[in-house]
Design a protein around this ligand. Structure first.
Ligand code: SAH
Ligand code: SF4
Length: 354
C-alpha cells in the first residue's frame, strides 16, 4: 500500500501511472486522481464520483487515504481556532488557525513533541515522540479543507509542535505539496519555516529554488545567554547560525520571545540590534506565553515597548506581536502570536473620505 498523501504531486502521479496501466485505465485518470489528493480533496475515494465505481473501490484498496481525526476544535474570543488531531497510532498534534483581515494563517506541527527542550516551550517539555509523515504535516491543511466550512489557509507557518529541520525529508516533501500548483498552490512567500538553526538542513532549505520564508528562533543575541535558554546552542553555536543566515540570500525574520529579567534588558536589545542590523533582518518580538514555562515570567508591557523602541532607534525593523488565542492556549500547547507584520496603514486609507 502506497501512501500517496506522503508523496509530492509528481511522485504521486508516477506512483499511480503503472497501476492504472496495469488495469487498462486511460492515463488521464492519473490527473483526476492527483487532483483529489490536495486540490479538491476527498475524505475517501468513494467521494470521487467522477471516477468509475470499480476504480474507486480499487483505489481504496491500493491507495487508502490517511486521515487525521479531529478530536477538538476550539474557537478563541479573538477568532483564533485550535485543532487537535489524533493520528493513526493515537498520538496527537495541534494546528492553529489565525485569521487576520484577509489573511488566514495556519500554524502546523512537524513532529510529535520536540527533542530540543527550550526552557520556555511547552512542546519541549513533552520531549520527542516521533516525526510526522508528509501526509500528517500537509494533512493538517487537507483536513482543514475537509472540515465543515473549511477554507484554505492563505499562509502556512511551521511554528507548531516540533523542529521542522530535524524532520527534513518529510518537511521537504510537505513544502512541495503546500506550494505546488497540483498541491495546495500556496505561494512560497506565504510559507514560513521556523527553526532554531539546524545547519546542514538549513543549507538544504536555502538550496531550494522557491522563495520560502525563514524564521530563526534566536531568543538571545549572545551565545552565553542563548545557552541558558536553548540547549541546542551547544551543538549549533550562534556565530555559525548567524553566518548561515548571511548565506540565505533572502530576508529572514528573527523570533525573540521576551522573558522577564532574562533577555529583556536594553543592553541586550543593543546586542540584538548589532546582530540583526547587518543581516537586514526583521525582528519579531513575542510575549512569553506562560503556558510553556511556569517558572518564567513574561516581560512587562512597558518593557516590551521599550525593547521594541530601542531596536527601532538603532535602525532595526522590529514588531511586537500580540498574543493570540490565549484563552484556548493556542498554539500547540504554547503560545500563538501573530506571525506576519502588522498591516501597514497606507496613505490612501487615511485620505479616503467615505
Ligand atoms: N521548533 C521550531 C518551530 C516551532 S516553535 C522553533 O523553535 O523555531 C515556534 C515558535 O514558538 C518559536 O519561535 C518558539 O520559540 C516559540 N515559542 C515556543 N514556546 C513559546 C512560549 N512559551 N512563548 C512564546 N513563544 C514560544
Ligand atoms: Fe522545540 Fe521549537 Fe519548542 Fe525549542 S521552541 S523546544 S525547538 S518546538
Amino acid at each position: 500500500m502506497t501512501d500517496l498523501l506522503s508523496l509530492t504531486p509528481d511522485a504521486a502521479r508516477a506512483a499511480v501511472a503503472p497501476w492504472l496501466a496495469a488495469r487498462s485505465e486511460p492515463a488521464y485518470r492519473g490527473s483526476q486522481i492527483v487532483a483529489r489528493l490536495w486540490q479538491r480533496p476527498v475524505a475517501s475515494w468513494e467521494e470521487a464520483t467522477e471516477l468509475p465505481t470499480a476504480l474507486r473501490r480499487a483505489l481504496a484498496e491500493a491507495f487508502p487515504l490517511r486521515r487525521l481525526r479531529l478530536v477538538t476544535r476550539q474557537l478563541s474570543r479573538d477568532g483564533t481556532e485550535k485543532f487537535l488531531w489524533q493520528l493513526e497510532d493515537g498520538e496527537a498534534i495541534e494546528s492553529v488557525l489565525i485569521p487576520e483581515g484577509k489573511r488566514r494563517t495556519l500554524c502546523i506541527s512537524s513532529q510529535v513533541g520536540c527533542a530540543l527542550g527550550c526552557v520556555f516551550c511547552a512542546t519541549g517539555r513533552m520531549g520527542f515522540r516521533r516525526n510526522l509523515a508528509p501526509a500528517e504535516i500537509a494533512g493538517q491543511v487537507r483536513e482543514l479543507l475537509l472540515s465543515p466550512a473549511g477554507q484554505a489557509p492563505t499562509n502556512v507557518v511551521f511554528m507548531g509542535m516540533g523542529e521542522p529541520l530535524l524532520n527534513w525529508e518529510a518537511v521537504d516533501a510537505s513544502l512541495t505539496i503546500l506550494n505546488h500548483p497540483d498541491g495546495f498552490g500556496i505561494g512560497a512567500r506565504h510559507i514560513t519555516v521556523s527553526t532554531v538553526g539546524i545547519l546542514a538542513n538549513l543549507a538544504k532549505l536555502a538550496r531550494r529554488p522557491e522563495q520560502f520564508r525563514l524564521a530563526l528562533s534566536l531568543h538571545a543575541p549572545t551565545s552565553a545567554l542563548r545557552l541558558a535558554l536553548m540547549p541546542i546552542e551547544k551543538k549549533y553555536a550562534l556565530p555559525d547560525v548567524v553566518q548561515a543566515l548571511q548565506q540565505f540570500r533572502r530576508r529572514v525574520t528573527l523570533e525573540y520571545v521576551l522573558i522577564g529579567g532574562r533577555n529583556d534588558d536594553l543592553e541586550t536589545a543593543d546586542h540584538l540590534a548589532g546582530l540583526a542590523k547587518p543581516l537586514g533582518a526583521l525582528v519579531n518580538l513575542l510575549p512569553l506565553h506562560p503556558g510553556g514555562a511556569p517558572d518564567l515570567t513574561p516581560s512587562s508591557r512597558r518593557r516590551m515597548l521599550e525593547f521594541e523602541r530601542r531596536l527601532r532607534s538603532r535602525g532595526v525593523e522590529a514588531v511586537l506581536r500580540r498574543s493570540r488565542g490565549l484563552d484556548i492556549s493556542a498554539a500547540c500547547g504554547q503560545l500563538r502570536v501573530e506571525l506576519e507584520p502588522r498591516r501597514k496603514v497606507r496613505a490612501e486609507e487615511h485620505a479616503r473620505v467615505e
